[in-house]
Design a binder for this molecule. Sequence first.
Ligand SMILES: Nc1ncnc2c1ncn2[C@@H]1O[C@H](COP(=O)(O)OP(=O)(O)OP(=O)(O)O)[C@@H](O)[C@H]1O
Ligand SMILES: [Mg+2]
Length: 304
Amino acid sequence: MTTNPIVDVDHLNVIFDGFYAVRDVSFCVRPGEIFGFLGANGAGKTTTIRVLCGLLPTSSGAVTIDGVRFVRGRENMIKQRVGYMSQRFTLYDELSVRENFDFAAALRAVSPDDYIQRRHDLLKFIGFSRDLSTIVRHLPGGIKQEVALGVALLHDPKIIFLDEPTAGVAPAARMRFWRLIKKLSRQGKTIFVTTHYMDEAENCHRVALMRSGEMIACASPATLKRRTFGDTLMNFTPRRSHVKLPPAGLMDICEPYGRHYHIRFHDGVDRDKMVAKYARDFDIQKISPSLEDVFIRLVEGGEK
Ligand SMILES: Nc1ncnc2c1ncn2[C@@H]1O[C@H](COP(=O)(O)OP(=O)(O)OP(=O)(O)O)[C@@H](O)[C@H]1O
Ligand SMILES: [Mg+2]
């Protein structure tokens, strides 16, 4: 496998009427990687994806996908090489599953010789067991997204961009969808995916965090957790109601999770002393942070 990146973005800016939707963003994605693109609403995720799929021109910066460097005005060249599941529109609701595949085959110029076999393989891959003449509107949300994935893979792109593919999908179906993503990655496909579900993002090889158009971090989930928290995060579970938390001034993190609190004391605070002091009121354990902790700290924390 080549070690050249399949996506190479260098100082990308996307400006709408003076507003920077994407500001000075640089990153690479390696072949076969599951690359998670995370950030709050309006952070610039969809805008970046639209650029990388050749649907939106850059304002400045260089983009290379699969060895093809984008030239302003000729972004079209890349469309054939990438798969794209957009955030709002995935399939034609009033058409059948078969008609949606037919339409994509025509749009992507899939040869008639390959088409039927390819469709058969993809339907098998997603585990589709219904009638092909089912109207998409009648499919459950999770299955619709799986069909949309199949349609986006019809022309066999090396890289596929999935913009919130599991938004509004039930938990079991979300897990099923992620099993497909991991299978695609094992087959060597590159997956560029956005999600607001941090449990899903844990499955990514690397994640990038976007905030207000800027990329504020890009690393593996384990590295991000280590960098953000070291081993200093603790879980405080109140032993009874109405117990008092440590003074706010001593903590730089105090996030409620149900009836627990994830707490980190400022660097200068003696943690052992704190644990001893609060052990009567709280059950206290050191914990490994989740990506949710990282996200709250880096993304949402910075926007407060
Ligand atoms: N065509 C456009 N014209 C003007 N502003 C735009 C345009 N497209 C996006 N924006 C703005 O750019 C910013 C980034 O939008 P974008 O859709 O990329 O965010 P996002 O990270 O995908 O958010 P979400 O999680 O809600 O999907 C937003 O402030 C949005 O309003
Ligand atoms: Mg979006």
